[in-house]
Design a protein around this ligand. Structure first.
Ligand SMILES: C[S@@+](CC[C@H](N)C(=O)[O-])C[C@H]1O[C@@H](n2cnc3c(N)ncnc32)[C@H](O)[C@@H]1O
Length: 250
């Protein structure tokens, strides 16, 4: 393995099984795209959220992710946000869903999205909100925030995109897309190594830290301490965990 190998060639195995697009999140994304007919999906991965009512093209650096796109998916090219192989204003919209945090040059990548499209839609998260409100990070893996603070998330998108609007994306209690905050009402899920493998902030962390966090969570679930501390969550159908859609029009 070399340093230039796309990170998702390593951590993206099995992604399509555990990161299935969630219809309620899809509705938020569709509203943000508005009347855009042609959409470039940057960091498209396995093609989640490329709903057939629009014309899509995907771009992603990882062969492992591209190979998991279902048969009949939109065309995809291998490439990176920082150097999009498309003409200026080629698309109505460009979208990047939970991908910005992996870019080596977020400023260059976001400028590329604005070059090739008239609307840009970025799904990212508010690291500080997530760190202080989401029990899994706050009480078990605060170390995850260290990595998150070192990469591009909401603050970067807000500073660089001159957004028209920023919208919260609440997470349904039975969310089918297994990103970091998806299991806020299903704590046992984080005990499953396959679930953790599909959450990049955990997959990129040393086994020791994640292992200790999981042991503490397991003990709290067994003793009832987790339920005592988080009882109010069990009555909620959705929760704002900190995910945000950043929408800009150039
Ligand atoms: C968490 S996955 C999200 C995939 C998809 N957008 C989704 O919502 O399921 C992050 C994706 O970003 C891709 N990625 C990483 N670095 C990138 C870059 N510099 N430019 C574009 N995509 C990148 C990864 O290969 C991976 O497929």
């Amino acid at each position: 393995m070399t340093n230039t190998e796309p990170v998702y060639d390593r951590i993206g195995v099995g992604y399509a099984d555990r990161r299935r697009p969630d219809p309620r999140i899809a509705a938020h994304i569709a509203a943000a795209l508005g009347d855009a007919r042609t959409v470039l999906n940057v960091g498209a991965g396995t093609g989640s959220y490329e709903l057939p009512d629009r014309s899509w093209v995907g771009v992603d650096p990882s062969e492992v992710m591209i190979r998991q796109r279902p048969r009949g998916s939109a065309p995809v090219v291998r490439g990176v946000a920082e150097a999009l192989p498309f003409a200026t204003a080629a698309f109505d919209a460009a979208i990047a869903l939970l991908s910005l945090q992996h870019w080596s040059d977020p400023k260059g990548g976001l400028a590329e999205l604005a070059r090739v499209s008239r609307r840009q839609v970025v799904l990212t998260w508010d690291v500080e909100f997530y760190a202080s409100n989401f029990w899994f990070v706050r009480d078990y893996v605060p170390e995850m925030s260290e990595w998150e603070r070192s990469v591009a998330t909401l603050d970067t998108a807000r500073a660089l995109m001159e957004p028209t609007r920023i919208e919260p994306v609440p997470v349904p209690h039975d969310c089918t897309d297994g990103f970091g905050g998806a299991y806020w009402r299903r704590p046992e899920a984080y005990l499953d190594p396959e679930v953790r493998a599909s959450i990049s902030g955990l997959a990129l962390m040393t086994d020791g830290i994640a292992g200790r966090a999981v042991k503490r969570l397991e003990a709290d679930l067994r003793s009832g301490a987790w339920h005592e501390r988080n009882a109010e969550l069990l009555d909620l159908d959705e929760l704002d965990v900190g995910y945000r859609l950043v929408i800009a029009d150039r």
